[in-house]
Structures are given as structure tokens and as C-alpha cells.
Design a binder for this molecule. Sequence first.
Ligand code: OGA
Ligand code: MN
Length: 302
Amino acid sequence: MTGSLEIVKAVSTLGATVTGVELSALTPDEWSRIHAAFLEHAVLVFPGQHLSDGEQTAFGRRFGELNVEAIHFTNEQSDGTLRPADDPLMQLLRGNEGWHTDNSYLPVSAGPSVLSARTVPSKGGETEWADMRAAYDALSPEMRERVQGLKAFHSLIESQARTGQSASGTKEAFAAITAAESAKPGAASGAAAVHDSPRLRPLVKQHPETGRPSLYIGRHAYEIPGLEPAESDALLAELNDFACQPPRVLTHAWEAGDTVLWDNRCVLHRVRPFDPAEARRVVHTRVSGDPATEAEEPAPTA
Ligand code: OGA
Ligand code: MN
């Protein structure tokens, strides 16, 4: 790919498409423009990069320490057949159809994520992102007042239970999907940490680099201390519904070779359904959040 770097903002409140650059061979000037564009737009789409796992991992490392180097999220099995829909791993991947932010159920939530498409179904399987900065800005003054100071517990066991997956199924699938990563030297032992307790996080998050406030919600958030369960469920559902609406949503229909970078500190994302009889393979790299700003909060004392 040749030409000069071009950044074209999307119509929605977040996202831009970046062309004329090779992520595997960035000049210092290109990197600084990409980094600045990332902080401004929160989602960057890079069509036609065709990165190898190693190139993607190296790109991710520019943003910080990795929690995940290169996991393949796929329904393809090593013998070439597709996993049945009731396979626990498929149930875990189907969970990504709900709006979420990565690792909010771990002790330190995620910073940026990088996702590349290798195999795409003929229809469906798009990824969508929703702008939680713009969602916060669009709240009524009353709602902004109400959410300020509130926190929610986040749990993968809980969010998967709401899709019908048992706790043991979720643990088994999480261990299977992270097995290759856990074998790498120095890898975070995420499989163990995922289910030992829910994680408390504020509903309003201040971005550690830009200072902008955003709603920090999504499907893993399930209980607001101090509210009745029904009230807590209703408030979280209302916030999620309101937040994930146009003009705050960006949809990307993948071509094999595309790479997208997003900021888990201020956007939610989800995958759209597709026919399970078709193959889909995406490669995911995840940067750890900063323990100074993305660590869970201590549980309230009752
Ligand atoms: C992810 C994720 C959605 C997708 O990679 O964290 O949620 O489109 N993926 O596969
Ligand atoms: Mn995700």
C-alpha cells in the first residue's frame, strides 16, 4: 500500500477510516497522527491491512502492555468443520452480540483492542461500536446528576447467565478460548480471575488520556449498589438503550484483511448475528488498561 495517510471522519459521532498507510511499517509521523486520531475518534478502521498475528501484536504493543496477544475468535475447528451452536465456546462468542466493553469483568479493564478479519460470512457478522462520550453528553441534566457517583458490578458469569449459559459452561469456554494465550510467558492468568468475584466500576468514567467523561456500562454491568435490583436493572437497561442509538453508532461490514482499533475506555461494541453454518474468523489483540485508572474499585462495606 502506498500513498499518503488519509483520515476520514465517519458520519456518526465516533469513528474514522484511515488509508494510505501500512500498520506493519509506520513512520514516527504516521504513528503520532494515528495515535492522535484514535484519541479523537475512538474507533479507527484500516481497510485492507492483511496483518499477520505477529504484525498485529506489534501494533497493539505500541499502546501498552498486552492482555491478549492474538486470539482467534472463530467457529472453525482444526479439522475444518464448524462448531455446533450449542458448543460452550460458541455460546461465549455469541455473548459478544450484546453491547459490551472488553474485560470490565476483570480486575483491570481493557485499554484499546485491535480486531482483524480473516474469514467473513456472506452476510451478517458486522461489528458495531457505540460512543459513550457522546452518550454521556446527550444525557438530560437530571440523568447526568443521577448517574454521577453511582457504580455497578460487572461479571461475565452474570452476563452469560442472562444469555442462558451456565457458570460452569462459561468458565469452561473462557478457559478454552484463553488457553493458547495463557501458555505464553508472562500472560495474565485471566481464566482464573474471571469468576472469583464481580468488579465494581463507576458508571461515569473519565478518560485517562483525554479527560472526557463517558458512560461506562454494557452487558457485563448488572447491579448498582444502593438501588433495589429492579431499579438497578431498569436504570442500566435505560442507559444502554439510550446510549447505543444513532448518531452514536458505527457499523463496519468486514472484508477479509480489514483491521479496526477501538478504545474500550469510552466505547461499547458488539458483533451482529450471522448464519452459524458459515465460517467467521477474527483475530483479537487487547491492550491492558492502566492499573492506575482501569482497576476495579473496592467493594462497598455493607
Ligand atoms: C471482541 C469482540 C466482536 C466481533 O473482539 O472483543 O467483541 O465482531 N468481537 O467479533
Ligand atoms: Mn469484545
